[in-house]
Ligand binder design. Structure first.
Ligand code: TXA
Ligand code: MG
Length: 351
């Protein structure tokens, strides 16, 4: 098993981060908490180290990684140009859950990081342990989410261990990640237009005060589209639980409730192990069903926070049939519905 540095309530954080940082500087791979989800870090300039990240995760090599920095001084050596709107967004949202795709400076990061693209994705995480570890390592850290490819992203060190303990050098345990879904990945198209490549912790509403137009990559709109997403990772069916999952949407709680209970009852007759993932306003009354709450529908940030842990619980309980409730695509609801519909392989029913 790998080393675990537990930095919660620790009096030796600096010592622990310097040990973990040294392993990274020497080409090792170490998982760490951020304000979104846990990441699996490697020196972005070291091709062998980055290759071990792809191997550990079982990640397709055409899916590029985000480079994490702790200081804006590191930017100049990674990108070839910073445009005014990009600068404004970095000033306002960093450190924070916003990733910018910018033109890569040649011969800096390993070509594996960019998967051969001419751009590199960069973010500065808003988490003291992440920032401390990046500084201690002295490297820009390439860090995808620290899960096996296809599994829900990890929001605790225990999730990381579940997936990767046998194949990584260590994990820094800083407790639960805060937001619970990944950063928003954007591309600034011109001085007035921001394109969202992956919805996440920074909402469209927040971005819209900085640009005349905030648009979504058209390839995100419907899963049946033939368009290639500009963020290569978005084409994979991530986060899929083992059981078959359907999202139920409807104006009336009563109708949603009724439909879910009916489907659950039928599935149980077929011998399925059933589970539901619903908002507290929907009162599911069913025995022998794993009932998981996404919190109140009035607080979609809570749903974001609970989502990945709930998907992991459905798997660990061996659930084979899942009914999940959808939500409005406002604020954090955009990211929540994006992850939910991926988990459901695009199966959505309107009642
Ligand atoms: O919150 C997060 O962003 C977390 C934490 C650990 O920081 N990281 C994360 O990394 O979610 P990952 O590898 O799971 O997702 C990175 C996403 C993928 O969808 C990838 O395709 C996209 O960013 N991406 C990376 N580089 C890109 C580029 N040059 N152009 C377009 N998309 C890119
Ligand atoms: Mg990921």
């Amino acid at each position: 098993l790998c080393t675990c540095w537990d930095v919660r309530h620790s009096e030796h954080i600096e010592q622990q981060l310097s040990e973990a940082g040294q392993i990274l500087a020497d080409g090792g791979i170490v998982a760490f908490p951020t304000e979104t989800v846990y990441g699996l870090g490697a020196d972005a300039r070291n091709t062998d180290a980055v290759a071990s990240v792809f191997t550990a995760k079982g990640r397709p090599s055409d899916n590029p990684l985000i480079v994490h920095i702790s200081h804006t001084d590191q930017l100049g050596s990674l990108v070839s140009e910073i445009r005014p709107l990009e600068q404004t967004l970095m000033d306002h949202f960093w450190p924070g859950p916003l990733t910018l795709v910018m033109p890569v400076r040649p011969n800096t990061v390993s070509p594996l990081v960019t998967a051969g693209l001419s751009t590199v994705a960069i973010r500065m995480p808003d988490h003291p342990i992440a920032l401390g570890l990046i500084s201690a390592s002295g490297c820009p850290l390439a860090a995808p989410s620290a899960n096996r490819s296809g599994r829900p992203s990890p929001t605790t060190a225990a999730h990381v261990m579940e997936d990767l303990s046998a194949v990584i050098d260590g994990v820094v345990d800083g407790g639960s990640a805060g937001i619970g879904v990944e950063s928003t990945v954007i591309h600034v198209q011109d001085d007035h237009t921001i394109m969202i490549l992956r919805p996440g912790g920074v909402t469209e509403e927040q971005l819209s005060s900085f640009a005349t137009q905030v648009i979504r990559d058209p390839a995100l709109q419907d899963s049946s589209s033939e368009l290639t997403p500009r963020s290569p990772g978005m084409k994979y069916t991530h986060y899929a639980p083992q059981g078959s999952m359907t999202i139920v949407m409807g104006e009336q709680d009563e109708a949603v409730n009724h439909y879910i209970q009916q489907q659950i009852a039928q599935a149980q007759e077929r011998g399925e192990k059933t589970g539901v993932l619903v908002f507290d306003e929907t009162n599911i009354n069913s025995t022998n069903t794993v009932i998981l709450s996404l919190g109140s529908r009035d607080s979609l940030a809570e749903a974001a926070n609970r989502l990945y842990g709930a998907l992991r619980t459905l798997d660990s309980e061996g659930v084979t049939f899942i009914m999940a409730q959808g939500c409005d695509q406002q604020g954090m609801g955009v990211a929540v519905m994006n992850r939910l519909s991926k988990a459901a392989g695009g199966q959505i029913i309107y009642v």
